[in-house]
Design a protein around this ligand. Structure first.
Ligand code: C2E
Ligand code: CA
Ligand code: CA
Length: 638
């Protein structure tokens, strides 16, 4: 009986093409891609031995060759699903966590048993037998099937258990692969033993994976034709995991946003493509990545970075040619020398981000080299994020209060609530260190709410009105202002605390002032009885027209304006004060640090003053004590 191998030939052609693609398109050298490439090559090999094995039965050659061909076919077939299971593992978080559990250690065992059965078959006739009559299947043929099903099950199990973050598409593709293989094997085993189906079913499975998520394109930035951000993460992860030695350069572009405004997006993209091309040609063997205006490049530990830098300087001095015109690109760099250890790719990226951020302040071609100090900053960074999360989870934010002096009543009539985190390890953390983080990761909403609740409780618990305090100012982040439910939530909190809404004054900034959501929120809260101040006046581009449309009763002049006036004689402060007085708006001047400042401002007609001269922000009990001590008239000599 002869075999029909037509399907095998088809399989070899299709997979051959994919392998060619994979190699020409340059796959990013990460584990799962390497395994996938091996899977494809393995199919080629076993399809080839399938043909040789079945054709050779009728050839006039020594038996040993016939056995060898067939044994190799079965050996590769067993390896096939073994690789698949491993591939599944490399896709999961488990692999990312560097978890070498028991599973990994016993994963090889079934394969070894299987291969033993295969390689001893000439003596046992277990899987098949060949004699002068021809080829016959052996009694243990089912072992082939069991091995395949076992590893497919393990693969699917791994994805089921640890692949939760997967897109559905991935899961379907992986399930599709298994189904193809099972069908192919069942057909050949039970229905059409002499038409070789396994390789083609495997090919369809591989195609499913390839088209769903294993195309090399997934890791390539299509505009600049370098590897993309996703690829960068994967490589970093694998390098760190395997302890590979490397030097790393990240490059940002000073005029990245300006380039778009000046030249338009097409020309900018083209210029960046040229930059990418320059790097590709200059360092064809290096891994280079691009994402949104940033380039990432790995270098070998023995490369001379000074020369590389010098050459880059020369190149970037020239323009990059686009069809329309030459574009000047001005880069800055963060450089990670060899020998620093990182726990994971995230901490490396944060460190590099911070360094790049610093380099941005420098000139053209400025470089920030990672050193111990920057690494320490990075660690602190991580700790702050953790401290913030913990403080929010446990509702442990600390609110400090800074008194605000009223020049007309000549005493403290209000105060500003300022948040802090009291961390067991880091000590007192100031808002400049964590507010922007909370804004970036969204926890500012929770933070803002907790601050507001605590302030309301404070007003209630200490019955703060009896110290002559008219209201407490609470800062509102622009992100909170964008929240539709803000007004309702704050109303609820005020009602729950049982205080008068007039005891609260919310501080908003100009950045939020043009938003409709802010206006709606403000109007609702204003109707409810809460007043508003405009914070940080003078730090942004002030748009008075916008501001005057809002129900704002007080403007807070930023301390930088105050200091410019007293230290450098900049008259902006005087003009601003005059302008708001004419408009009958109240002003708070911040940053009042000396008696002289306090007196001068008072003479200028400033209504409220805030600053270290009166008091730094202090915890609630100290604040209350401060109020008690300064109740009497004449406490201040202004
Ligand atoms: P801000 O709203 O401008 O608050 C005034 C800041 O100036 C406070 O810094 C205060 O300690 C400081 N300050 C006051 N008087 C003087 C002075 O005379 N000299 C000097 N050198 N500094 C003075 P702090 O507490 O570190 O707060 C920084 C910023 O964090 C605040 O600036 C505010 O924008 C933000 N912030 C604070 N608490 C909150 C909050 O609960 N929510 C939100 N969204 N932001 C907050
Ligand atoms: Ca403020
Ligand atoms: Ca302020």
């Amino acid at each position: 009986m002869g075999w029909n191998n037509d399907f095998d030939i088809g399989a070899i052609l299709i997979i051959g093409l994919l392998v060619l693609y994979y190699l020409v398109r340059q796959i990013i050298p990460i584990k799962r891609n390497k395994i996938f490439l091996n899977m494809m090559i393995n199919v080629q090999v076993f399809a080839l031995f399938d043909i040789l094995g079945s054709a050779s039965i009728n050839w006039n050659i020594p038996l040993i060759f016939k056995f060898t061909f067939n044994i190799l076919y079965y050996a590769c077939l067993g390896l096939d699903t073994f690789l698949f299971g491993y591939f599944c593992y490399a896709l999961t978080d488990k692999y990312r966590e560097h978890d070498s559990s028991l599973l990994q250690k016993i994963y090889f065992v079934p394969l070894i048993i299987y291969e033993l059965c295969v390689f001893t078959t000439p003596f046992t006739g277990l899987i098949f037998d060949i004699d002068n009559e021809g080829f016959t299947y052996g009694p243990g043929r089912i072992i082939v099937f069991i091995n395949i099903v076992l590893y497919l099950t393990i693969g699917e199990g791994i994805i089921g258990k640890w692949g939760r973050r997967f897109r559905r598409m991935y899961r379907y593709a992986i399930a599709g692969y298994s189904i193809c293989l099972i069908i192919g094997n069942i057909m050949q085993m039970f229905f059409m033993p002499y038409i070789t189906m396994v390789a083609i079913s495997e090919t369809v499975g591989i195609l499913t994976l390839y088209l769903s998520f294993e195309t090399p394109e997934n890791f390539i930035d299509k505009k600049v034709l370098l590897y993309n951000d996703e690829g960068y993460n994967e490589i970093l992860f694998e390098y760190i995991r395997s302890g590979k030695r490397f030097k790393l350069v990240e490059m940002g572009i000073h005029n990245f946003s300006a380039m778009e405004n000046v030249y338009g997006i097409d020309i900018r993209e083209r210029a960046l493509f040229e930059v990418g091309k320059y790097f590709r040609n200059k360092y064809p063997k290096h891994l280079i990545f691009y994402d949104d205006g940033r380039f990432y490049m790995f270098f070998n530990p023995d490369e001379d970075m000074k020369t590389i830098y010098k050459e880059a300087c020369e190149r970037f001095n020239e323009t990059f040619h686009t069809p329309a015109l030459g574009v000047k690109v001005s880069p800055y760099f963060a450089y990670l020398p060899e020998g620093y250890y990182f726990n994971d790719e995230k901490s490396l990226r944060t460190t590099m981000d911070n360094a790049l951020y610093k380099a941005k302040d420098g000139e053209d071609m400025s470089v920030v080299i990672i050193n111990d100090e920057i690494i320490a900053d990075g660690k602190r960074d991580k700790k702050i994020t953790t401290a913030l999360e913990r403080a929010l989870d446990n509702n442990e934010l600390k609110i400090f209060y800074q008194p605000i002096y009223d020049t007309k009543e000549k005493r403290i009539t209000c105060a500003e609530a300022l948040v802090r985190i009291d961390d067991p390890e880091l000590g007192l953390i100031f808002p400049d260190d964590f507010i922007w983080r909370a804004e970036r990761n969204g926890s500012i909403l929770e933070l803002g709410q907790q601050v507001f609740e605590k302030t309301c409780e404070f007003i209630k618990n200490y019955d703060i009105g009896k110290y002559g305090i008219h209201y407490i100012e609470v800062n509102l982040s622009p992100i909170q202002c964008m929240r539709a439910q803000l007004a309702d939530e704050f109303e609820q909190i005020v009602k729950k605390a049982g205080i008068s809404p007039s005891m609260i004054n919310l501080e908003v900034t100009e950045t939020a002032s043009s938003s409709n959501m802010l206006k709606n929120n403000m109007l609702k809260l204003y109707t409810f009885g809460i007043n508003f101040s405009l914070d940080d006046y003078g730090t942004g581009y002030s748009n008075l027209v916008n501001i005057l449309k809002l129900p704002i009763s007080i403007v807070k002049i930023d301390k930088s304006i105050t200091w410019d006036y007293f230290q450098k004689g900049n008259t902006l402060l005087a003009n601003v004060v005059k302008m708001f007085l004419e408009r009958k708006m109240d002003i708070v001047v911040e940053g009042v640090e000396t008696e002289e400042m306090a007196r001068k401002l008072s003479e200028m007609g400033v209504h409220y003053e805030q600053g270290y001269y009166f008091s730094k922000p202090v915890p609630e009990d100290i604040f209350v004590k401060y109020l008690e001590d300064h109740m009497e008239e004449g406490s201040y000599n202004i």
